[in-house]
Write a protein of this length. Structure first.
Length: 114
């Protein structure tokens, strides 16, 4: 997993310089990792936003019950509260903003058969 830190500021000369307090003391602003998906159970996050960038493969991303076809090069924005899952086989770069913890992973109630 790659942790993305918000740890730089622009100097008067327009150059990017690290904060004087150092990277290790700054909070995580986001995280990113590549995931091989072969279907994904519907879930949502109350606080985190996710971005999916499809690196390879194709399939369907389901957002609040609506299916959207994706393929290599597709990007999907998933705001907090949107129930999302996936169908198909694909490698996806997932970026979570802010850092999405296990405590921000929720599953919608399953419907019982009638």
């Amino acid at each position: 997993m790659l942790t993305v830190l918000c740890a730089a500021e622009t100097t008067a000369a327009g150059r990017v310089a690290p904060h004087s307090q150092g990277f290790s003391q700054l909070p995580e602003a986001a995280w990113a990792h590549a995931v091989d998906i072969d279907g994904a159970r519907p879930h949502y996050h109350k606080a985190g936003t996710e971005l999916y960038y499809v690196l390879d493969g194709e399939g369907t991303v389901v957002l609040d019950g609506v299916e959207h076809e994706v393929r290599t090069g597709s990007i999907v924005h998933i705001p907090p509260g949107v129930v999302h899952g996936a169908k198909g086989r694909m490698r996806v770069l997932v970026v979570g903003v802010p850092d999405i913890s296990d405590g921000d992973l929720y599953f919608p109630p399953t419907e019982s058969p009638a």
